[in-house]
Structure formats: structure tokens, C-alpha cells
Design a binder for this molecule. Structure first.
Ligand SMILES: Nc1ncnc2c1ncn2[C@@H]1O[C@H](COP(=O)(O)OP(=O)(O)OP(=O)(O)O)[C@@H](O)[C@H]1O
Ligand SMILES: [Mg+2]
Length: 280
């Protein structure tokens, strides 16, 4: 059994409202995350994904239940900095995350605030830029970069803090298909080579299909939590909560309607091609 790096225990969260009842955004949510895993979180608009993301690094505190980051309770104010440093949160729009006029200064920004020595900052910035494949752009101006490149710089800024857990809240939503693939593959590589734990919130089912595990949210609750194979088998149930399945699964379903049965639920185009080749 791998080490648990993140524990969400019976967490509820509500937003205060002036004129109506409070909005219950999360209701009794519980799950654990193992070190080194890549977990996708899906759910339609308003299902509670972003609220959950902000609870995972202590930006929000649970109204009920508790969140443990590497065993540290997010309610403990003395641990807030340590928790934020270990659980980095990357948002949707890279423009809101870049603050200076030179890429390497941007990546160094958080470190200066942490009081890291200049020589160490140099090493960490170089390593972080290399990790996202942006070392050639160290002296570039962030506003001159493409969306995908900017997002990779934002990720480098978080990586430089050397977190053990990375949480991405629709971080590829603003990118074109190429930029999306770039960022996701950079993150996957980091997860595998540096044993980072990744939580990947997305509306793209093809991205969720690449995860080790998929958590499905609906109305502030977790309604499914399983491998992509098991989750995307349940296409009809997903449809009822306004969710889609990956393209490869859609094609397999269309084939089935036309009388061609594959021997598996193909997750990804490669798996689909292989299943088709196995047909007699
Ligand atoms: N600042 C806020 N004040 C009041 N209610 C909020 C606030 N932020 C979110 N909510 C409500 O909480 C619920 C969950 O919102 P949340 O942003 O977590 O959903 P989400 O799954 O991230 O949605 P999306 O896919 O649109 O990003 C929704 O009903 C939403 O309207
Ligand atoms: Mg959201």
C-alpha cells in the first residue's frame, strides 16, 4: 500500500449568501490520494470541483470534516505556509499567474518570498524551467509567449517551490489542442520521474481517460471513484449527470449499435485501434 499524501475526511463546505440560503458546494466528501498517483476529477459546471481544489491546499477551510496534506491539518494556521508549499495549485488562466516581465524572474518570484538563498534560487529556477521544457525561454518576456508556453511557465513557478502535490484546476481549458497536449505531457512526465502526486480537474474526457483514477462529482458529492476503464463503462449514468465519455469509447458504442462488439471498453485511440485489429 502506497503512502497516503492527501486525506479528505467527510468534508462539507458552503458559501454564505446574503439573500438566500447558503450554497452547499460540497457535501460529505471523503477520499484519500496515494503518493505518485495521477487522479482526474470530472463533473459538470457547479458540481464543486474548484471549491474542492481550494480546500486541498488550505486556501479554503472545511466547515465540517478535515483535510490532511502530508498529515498536516489545513485548519492549523501554523502550518498554512508549509501546506501551500507542498500542495501547489495551478489555475485556468496563466495570465493571472504571471507577475513579472522576465520568465526566470517569474519562476523565482515565489522563492524570493520564501526567503530561499539566491544561489539555491538559481538552481531551482533552472531545474523547474527544464522540467517543463522552457529553459530556452528563461530571458523571454512572458507576454510574448503562447498560452501553452505561459501555462508551462506558471507550472514552473509552482514546481520551483518543490511541492509534492500538484493540483490543476482546468489548467488546459484556455489552450488549443496542441497546447493542451504539451502541458498534460509535461505534467505526466513530472509525475512519473519526480514521483509527484497530481490532481487534474478537467472537462476533457480524453484527458481524464489518461489518469490512473477518476473521481466523478455531482451536486457537491463524489458519485463515482474508480479507474478510467470502470468509469467510462458507465456511459449511460455519466450522461444522466451531463458528462460525456472519451472519443474512443463513443466510437466503440456506435460500433456496438451497428452490431460490432469489441472485447473491451477502449480507453484512448491506441486501445481502440488494437481492439479493432483483434476483430476477426
Ligand atoms: N464565491 C462563491 N459564492 C457563492 N457561491 C459560489 C461561489 N463559488 C462557487 N459557488 C457555488 O458553489 C457551487 C460549486 O462551485 P464550483 O466553482 O466549486 O464548481 P465547479 O465544479 O468548479 O464548476 P465549473 O465546472 O463551472 O468550474 C456552485 O453551485 C457555485 O454556484
Ligand atoms: Mg471550476
Amino acid at each position: 500500500m502506497a503512502e497516503i499524501v492527501l486525506s479528505v475526511e467527510d468534508v462539507s463546505y458552503s458559501y454564505a449568501s446574503m439573500d438566500e440560503e447558503d450554497v452547499k458546494a460540497l457535501k460529505n466528501v471523503s477520499f484519500d490520494v496515494e503518493r505518485g498517483s495521477f487522479v482526474a476529477i470530472i463533473g459538470h459546471n457547479g458540481s464543486g470541483k474548484s471549491t474542492l481544489a481550494k480546500l486541498l491546499n488550505g486556501l479554503f477551510l472545511p466547515k465540517e470534516g478535515r483535510v490532511l496534506v502530508l498529515g498536516m491539518d489545513t485548519q492549523d494556521e501554523d502550518l498554512t505556509w508549509q501546506i501551500r508549499q507542498n500542495a501547489g495549485l495551478v489555475f485556468q488562466n496563466p495570465d493571472n499567474q504571471l507577475v513579472t516581465t522576465i520568465v526566470e524572474e517569474d519562476v523565482a518570484f515565489g522563492l524570493e518570498n520564501l526567503g530561499i538563498l539566491p544561489a539555491d534560487i538559481r538552481v531551482r529556477v533552472d531545474e523547474a524551467l527544464e522540467a517543463v521544457g522552457m529553459e530556452a525561454f528563461a530571458m523571454a518576456a512572458p507576454h510574448m509567449l503562447s498560452g501553452g508556453q505561459k501555462q508551462r511557465i506558471a507550472i514552473a513557478g509552482i514546481l520551483a517551490m518543490q511541492p509534492q502535490i500538484l493540483i490543476f484546476d482546468e489548467s488546459t481549458a484556455m489552450l488549443d489542442p496542441m497546447g493542451r497536449r504539451e502541458v498534460l505531457s509535461a505534467v505526466r512526465k513530472l509525475q512519473q520521474t519526480k514521483d509527484l502526486t497530481v490532481l487534474w480537474i478537467t472537462h476533457f474526457m480524453d484527458e481524464a481517460a489518461q489518469a490512473d483514477r477518476v473521481i466523478v462529482m455531482d451536486g457537491g458529492r463524489i458519485v463515482m471513484d474508480d479507474t478510467p476503464q470502470q468509469i467510462f463503462r458507465r456511459a449511460d449514468e455519466l450522461e444522466q449527470i451531463a458528462l460525456d465519455v472519451p472519443m474512443s469509447v463513443k466510437i466503440a458504442r456506435e460500433m456496438q449499435k451497428n452490431g460490432v462488439e469489441l472485447d473491451c471498453v477502449p480507453i484512448g485511440m491506441q486501445a481502440l485501434a488494437e481492439a479493432v485489429c483483434r476483430l476477426k
